[in-house]
Design a protein around this ligand. Structure first.
Ligand code: ZN
Length: 498
């Protein structure tokens, strides 16, 4: 595997493959005879390993499973994508790849074919509709395609039987090409789906590899936070960067970036090292932000789930979810953006108790079972082997292990900030009387070992107004005064706080 490791580091900036990636890659290269002189030889019947179904959640590092072998195979790799935007995305990121798409002239097509035949182009991207034309089926066998990859192969059963009948005819494309290597990737692992894939794509038994999406170099933790901005500021002091913060809305990403730019001292993180990303950006903007973040060593990217289709920045150290993700799958996928280089990374999910009920909320609230186990259990994957150093597993394991250890970079009690905000709110709820600003700040400070900053105080007071615990006075004589919602008062001289 030395050859593989060299290419991995040189072309992808990654030091190690994850175990299932290694398995897929060595099966492909083994069946192709590329690994003949290396130690992978002779492990079972390699001929059937040329035909694989790889079960892996979307975004769990599967592109590498075919991009890496493509650089070592003699022939070309054809990747069949079901979704146009995925195709475009992959094409943009894979330099030297060519895309066969509808509406191309004969000259354009011929130019592509010539480049593939000459070996100049090793990577072709296409969707099934384009490949199934008569002219194309005639051309395909002569192109020297060695590996056919079908991405999102579960679409065969999901869509093939309804609105994408061409998906059921992928077998015809493969029959025309007769490649020695075929790999289908699917995010869905149900028996029915796998049988359908086998029937329509392979027409014979294919080797199945089930990738474990739980990543042992990621420390999973959950932090309760009513004031998420404060929680994020606090987190960013404790966790390593580059970091990505996922938000559920586009305006949310922009707001958070402005907030962070205004609240983090530029000598700690320069303003240009904090940027946002979402699907509403222009193509040029997206490219600019992606390039910046890819190269960034200390950056903070605030993004919607739009970030990351096929982007494998290897050294993201922390992934924070400001908002509860759509689903457990989405959470694993998005948190899995961290630590592609296999170095220690952190995934932190922020939540508050007002969040809508969901599986992911149950995950957040269950502090009695290992986070990793919970996540995999929710996805019907086998429970993972316990980690030898379980203080690096998750907040639950770490708690069981007696709390802080010097090995982990998260050094404070992760639930601390949540508790203190809670206590403050509770105090103001129960103690309805008049406060001057001085008194109010004193109350706040009593609940916190770490002094609140002026901005945190503003945020907290704003949050209490939002929660209708306190309100501003309308009496002009009591300028800068807010009133506890029943009748009490906080006298504020922080003039610009709302
Ligand atoms: Zn654990």
């Amino acid at each position: 595997m030395n050859k593989i490791n060299d290419i991995l580091e040189e072309k992808f900036g990654i030091k190690y493959l994850m175990p299932y990636q290694r398995l897929v890659v060595s099966n492909i290269l083994g069946a192709a005879g590329v690994l003949e002189d290396e130690d992978e030889e002779g492990e079972g019947d390699a001929s059937c390993y040329g035909k694989q179904i790889v079960i892996l959640p979307t975004g769990a590092g599967k592109s590498l499973c075919f991009q890496l072998p493509a650089l070592l195979l003699k022939g070309a790799t054809l990747v069949i994508y079901p979704i146009l935007s995925l195709m475009a995305d992959q094409a943009r990121r894979l330099s030297g790849s060519l895309t066969l798409r509808g509406g191309q002239s004969k000259e354009e097509r011929d130019a592509i074919f010539a480049k593939v035949k000459s070996g100049e182009c090793k990577f072709i991207i296409a969707n099934p509709e384009v490949l199934l034309t008569e002219a194309m089926l005639k051309e395909l066998p002569g192109l020297g395609i060695e590996h056919v990859v079908i991405d999102e192969a579960h679409c065969v059963s999901e869509w093939g039987l309804s609105f994408r009948p061409s998906y059921l005819r992928i077998g015809e494309i493969i029959a025309a090409i007769k490649p020695p290597l075929v790999t289908a990737f699917t995010a869905t692992a149900g028996d029915e789906v796998l049988d359908t894939i086998e029937k329509y794509i392979f027409t014979e038994k294919a080797h199945r590899i089930i990738g474990n999406p739980g990543r042992d170099n990621i420390y999973y933790s959950v932090e309760g936070a009513i004031l998420k901005e404060i929680a994020i500021l606090d987190l960013l002091k404790r966790i390593p960067r580059p970091a990505i913060i996922f938000c559920s809305s586009r305006p949310g990403t922009e707001r958070l970036v402005r907030y962070l730019q205004n609240h983090i001292k530029p000598e700690i993180v320069p303003r240009e090292e904090i940027q946002f990303y979402h699907a509403g950006l222009s193509r040029e903007e997206k490219d600019r932000v992606e390039k910046w973040f890819f190269a960034s060593e200390q950056g903070i990217l605030v993004s919607t789930c739009a970030y990351g289709m096929g982007v494998d920045k290897p050294n993201i150290r922390s992934v924070i979810h400001r908002d509860i993700p759509q689903s457990v799958e989405a959470y694993l996928q998005e948190s899995g953006r961290g630590g592609r280089d296999r170095e220690q990374s952190y995934a932190v999910l922020l939540y508050d108790n007002r969040e809508k009920d969901s599986a992911i909320l149950q995950y957040a609230q269950n502090i009695h079972k290992c986070r990793r186990e919970q996540l995999l259990h929710l996805l019907d994957y086998e429970p993972p082997e316990p980690l030898p150093y379980n203080e690096l597993c998750c907040d639950v394991c770490r708690e069981e292990n007696g709390g802080t250890t010097k090995d982990t970079k998260i050094t404070e009690d992760t639930r601390f900030r949540f508790r203190e905000v809670r206590s403050v709110l509770d105090f103001f709820k129960r103690n309805k009387r008049r406060y001057t600003l001085y008194e109010a700040v004193n109350v706040l400070s009593e609940f916190s070992a770490i002094p609140w900053t002026e901005n945190e105080i503003k945020l907290l007071l704003n949050e209490m107004i939002r929660m209708k615990l306190i309100k501003k006075s309308r009496n002009p004589l009591w300028k800068d005064i807010i009133i506890n919602h029943e009748y009490n008062i906080i006298n504020l001289s922080l003039s610009s706080w709302v």
